[in-house]
Design a binder for this molecule. Sequence first.
Ligand code: XMP
Length: 325
Amino acid sequence: SWTMGSIIEEQIAAIREQVGNKRAICGLSGGVDSAVAAALVQKAIGDQLTCVYVDHGLMRKGESEQVEKDFVAATGVQLKVVDAQERFLAALAGVSEPEAKRKIIGREFIRVFEQAQAEIVAEAPNDHPVAFLVQGTLYPDIVESGGGTGTANIKSHHNVGGLPDDIEFELVEPLRQLFKDEVRMVGSELGLPDEIVHRQPFPGPGLGIRIVGEVTKDRLDLLREADAIAREELTAAGLDREIWQCPVVLLADVRSVGVQGDGRTYGHPIVLRPVSSEDAMTADWTRMPYDVLARISTRITNEVADVNRVVLDVTSKPPGTIEWE
Ligand code: XMP
């Protein structure tokens, strides 16, 4: 559209002016904001931008590939992928308490990201140093900062530990005048895939806070399968725009008795948490069609080993939060 086109042209000019012949780094979280910010900056300065994607192993099925393949194909962006799955699993071993999990995931994320950042800084030629950090900050983030910010949001003007002089980056924030719907329009205009542009909210700590209990590789794999089935059926039923988001939660420390084939089972419940909301501050549980719920339940219990029960969360927010942890 005309307006989005002119916003893009204006931002591209501003980014070129700000960055000059220096370099920039941008962390990708898999979410809309960082993707659109990175795509805009890529359009403005090309290979002077390097993106970093920390794969913490807590993403849903197909999401890392979406960043590593689809996003790169759509933008031509230079991407450094850090496979940190083992590191996150090791750090989370034995931890069940939600706030402890969040702290660990946030801490590890910053460490891994800063390490990658330091490598990119060290590789840059002296006459084109890395001086900028791109962030997908939106207008509402600035107005009411706090709330909904994830581990991907590295704090402003932070330092890279262990580098000479503790290099400080200047921020590039090309979305700071935009609202979410405008960011999506800019993303579409830039040719980003719909799966990225219309992605529903997903927490920075990922599936780590959707396993009630300790996070292990097996549990993550199980939850990824259940979540993929739920998302597939919700999309097939055309409910993606109606539902704000639908966390799928594994009650890893709960078992209940079931029967399947000729045998008794003793498996885990999966919780479906479809919510309707405007801004995630308050939410209501979505009255979604029973036939879609039935399909999801049948498929999950048939296709996911060790799950013998699917339950629906019918709690509004407040008193329940959207996530279970
Ligand atoms: P709650 O569970 O507090 O979630 O009702 C409100 C919204 O925020 C998302 N959420 C997070 N997003 N990092 C994020 O980036 C987090 O640690 C985090 N915790 C919750 C949640 O998915 C919902 O959209």
